[in-house]
Design a protein around this ligand. Structure first.
Ligand SMILES: [Zn+2]
Length: 62
């Protein structure tokens, strides 16, 4: 669904809500558009599901 006006550009920021930090990510680098909105590489649907995306090395806690 679009907003009632539908002409405002969404901010070019990662829209992922970081619950643990109670803030949005708001990263502006390497954004990709997904159905929920723009996401940085760390917060794509695949990344959040624990899957690796092609070309993006997974960050594994050691
Ligand atoms: Zn992000």
């Amino acid at each position: 669904m679009t907003g009632p006006q539908g002409e405002e550009k969404p901010p070019l920021e990662c829209g992922h809500w970081i619950g643990a930090e109670r803030r949005y990510c708001l990263a502006r680098d390497d954004l990709r558009r997904y159905q929920p909105g723009l996401r940085c590489p760390a917060h794509t649907p695949a990344a959040l599901a624990g899957r690796r995306e092609p070309g993006i090395p997974a960050v594994q806690p050691s």
